[in-house]
Design a protein around this ligand. Structure first.
Ligand SMILES: [Zn+2]
Length: 119
């Protein structure tokens, strides 16, 4: 069984192209908090919110500025994270954590070899 995640821009109906979709999918297991990330190649902007900063949010390239403005408006008084200026990293992951996640480190159930493969 495979699960396809659907990403939509928060401000329009844009959906990412296949390569950007992959970048967005890779961002999901992260344990980031209050950080921006660029999803290439279409340059979608990911907001890793969580906690006080709300859910993760996504914006297409045309609406990156809208997302930043929205976040600063809603969360700008909580802390400095929404005010971070570009350039944003395109990859917040590190290989050790990727391997741990692929091995089921974030799951309550072992994956019996069917988990995502880290290359
Ligand atoms: Zn958009």
């Amino acid at each position: 069984m495979s699960v396809r995640l659907i990403f939509r821009c928060q401000f329009c109906d844009a959906q990412p192209d296949p390569l950007t979709q992959i970048s967005l999918e890779k961002s999901v297991p992260e344990l980031m908090w209050g950080q921006y990330e660029d999803a290439m190649p279409q340059q979608w902007l990911i907001w890793h919110g969580r906690g006080l900063y709300g859910p993760p949010r996504y914006a297409c390239n045309a609406h990156r500025g809208d997302l930043v403005a929205y976040l600063r408006d809603h969360y700008g008084t909580i802390g400095p994270h929404p005010w971070k200026r570009p350039p944003y990293p395109t990859n917040l992951r590190n290989p050790d954590r990727d391997r741990a996640i692929a091995a089921g480190g974030r799951s309550a159930m072992p994956k019996w070899g069917y988990g995502p493969q880290v290359k």
